[in-house]
Design a protein around this ligand. Structure first.
Ligand code: UN1
Length: 495
């Protein structure tokens, strides 16, 4: 049977790439399973999409925000109705277990409802004027065409974090999803169209970063670029966009820390580290890839954690018993293998895992054992680099101060967490960890859609997505002065 062939979505129509070229989408748990062929697009396709988005902006920006929001509300309802099928498609194309892909779709539902609510808010300010018979106020205005470039690890949640606020603010969109997860992107855009998003308002262009992504970033038509992915690519996006002064929102790497103090509830901490470290096979920017443990509880923590990591059931995410799916691709698993070698060479203790799972049941997928390195020193690369796989580094510490210093001692600043029963120490760590997100007695993952999401240092460039903070990415301020005195009134003149 010929594989299913999918199209780009430009100006409300499903169209192949101008070149007619395609790429394959395969299941990482079973690479014999070909999900479909998707357009390998290029600059010509991006130009068509950007042009459609530019034209659509002229009318979409004038649709009242509460009306735009009604369309989002309908989209959220459709997502909720089809949640199970969407989650299954997602597990099939990127591997994480069904419970997690259900959570991914749920985040998209939550974000779309949340932004639908913003259609009736988007508050500005009304302030007293310096002058009599004059009003002073500010409103949010849309910027135009937004380039939305998203990763494969949250194939529907992250697109929704960007597209829903972009639309409710009155912008139009050209969306380039990761080549590893095109089906979930297509499912999301189909639902938006079905909910009533007019032609040209959301355009979907499949293809690689070097072709489609770069063309979008440099296009004269795009006024915003919102990118989630690696720090290296984010730096390139930033450089390419700089000459045109377009707004760039970057959400990049993480090397997140869980700090476990000597008074922690260890059972809870072990659970948190397991979920934070190996959820999504460690392929989250919020993954708890470092665990810093007070020396008084280091040994008991380590043995309990290793025992639980060893017992994790790895397999196809579509099977209900599976607790951890495959790496998303062969390349991603190779990166994991390289870091296992690096960790061993650096002198860390391989406490469990460390091997590719390749025999019988695993032969057709990109499986890797859950891996724990112990006695890790902060300067080691496994404690510094974002690995994006099922590898957790455990480091000993002697005090809260040392834990905080280790926590801050990386180039990233996304998420951090502390396990302690002491409210004073929890608050002081919360203040001193220079990250965008902080958790107490919970792992580094699990951010909710109505609070700002993002990080400091090499994780971001000062913006946040999610919550009302996202409106700041997708709108800009206009200050308005209305003088109804009927005569010349002069501000900024000494009287
Ligand atoms: C990501 O890994 O890029 O907080 C996003 C979390 C999820 C989102 C992660 N809600 O872990």
């Amino acid at each position: 049977m010929a594989p299913e062939s999918y199209s780009n979505f430009i100006d409300g129509k499903w169209v192949p790439a101008v070149s007619r070229e395609t790429f394959e989408n395969r299941n990482p748990a079973d690479h014999d399973d070909l999900i479909g062929l998707f357009p390998r697009s290029s600059r010509a396709d991006v130009d068509c999409a950007a042009d459609a988005a530019r034209r659509a902006f002229d009318t979409w920006r004038l649709v009242p925000a509460p009306k735009r929001a009604e369309i989002l509300f309908r989209a959220a309802q459709l997502l909720a109705e089809r949640k199970e099928a969407l989650a299954r498609d997602m597990t099939r194309e990127m591997g994480k277990i069904l419970d997690e892909t259900r959570g991914d779709v749920q985040e998209a539902i939550d974000m779309t409802y949340f932004m639908a609510g913003e259609g009736r808010r988007q508050y500005g300010q009304t302030v007293p004027s310096e002058l009599r018979d004059k009003f002073a106020m500010s409103i949010r205005q849309p910027l135009g065409v937004c380039a939305i470039v998203t990763p494969w690890n949250f194939p529907m949640a992250i697109p929704s974090w960007k597209i829903a606020p972009a639309l409710v603010c009155g912008n139009t969109v050209v969306f380039k999803p990761a080549t590893l997860t095109p089906l979930s992107a297509l499912n999301f855009v189909k639902i938006l169209a079905e909910a009533g998003v007019p032609p040209g308002v959301v355009n979907l262009v499949f293809g690689g970063g070097g072709d489609v992504g770069d063309a979008l970033v440099v296009s004269d038509a795009t006024r915003v670029v919102s990118f989630t992915g690696s720090t290296d690519v984010g730096r390139r996006v930033s450089e390419q966009a700089a000459p045109s002064f377009k707004k760039v929102h970057l959400e990049m790497g993480g090397k997140n820390v869980i700090m476990i103090l000597d008074d922690a509830n260890l059972e809870l901490a072990v659970d948190g580290c397991l979920w934070g470290g190996f959820g999504t096979t460690g392929q989250r920017c919020t993954a708890a890839s470092r665990v810093v443990v007070h020396e008084r509880v280091y040994r008991p923590f380590l043995s309990a954690f290793v025992e639980r990591a060893r017992a994790l059931r790895v397999g196809n995410g579509l099977e209900p018993a599976t607790q951890m799916g495959p790496c998303v691709s062969r390349q991603q698993r190779e990166t994991v293998q390289q870091y296992v070698d690096i960790g061993k060479k650096e002198g860390a203790t391989l406490a469990c895992g460390g091997r590719v799972l390749g025999d019988a049941a695993y032969a057709r997928g990109f499986f890797h054992e859950p891996t724990v390195f112990a006695d890790v020193v902060p300067s080691m690369r496994i404690a510094q680099d974002e690995i994006f796989g099922p590898v957790v580094s455990v480091l000993p510490c002697r005090s809260l101060e040392e834990a905080v210093a280790i926590g801050n001692g990386v180039q990233y600043g996304l998420s951090a967490s502390i396990y302690t029963q002491d409210v004073n120490r929890a608050f002081s760590a919360m203040r001193d960890l220079y990250t965008g997100i902080f958790y107490v007695n919970a792992p580094t993952i699990g951010a909710e859609v109505h609070l700002p999401f993002g990080g400091t240092k090499a994780t971001g460039n000062g913006h946040r997505e999610a919550g009302t903070a996202a409106l700041d990415v997708f709108s800009e301020w206009k200050s308005i002065y209305v003088d109804f005195s009927g005569k010349l009134q002069r501000a900024q003149i000494d009287v």
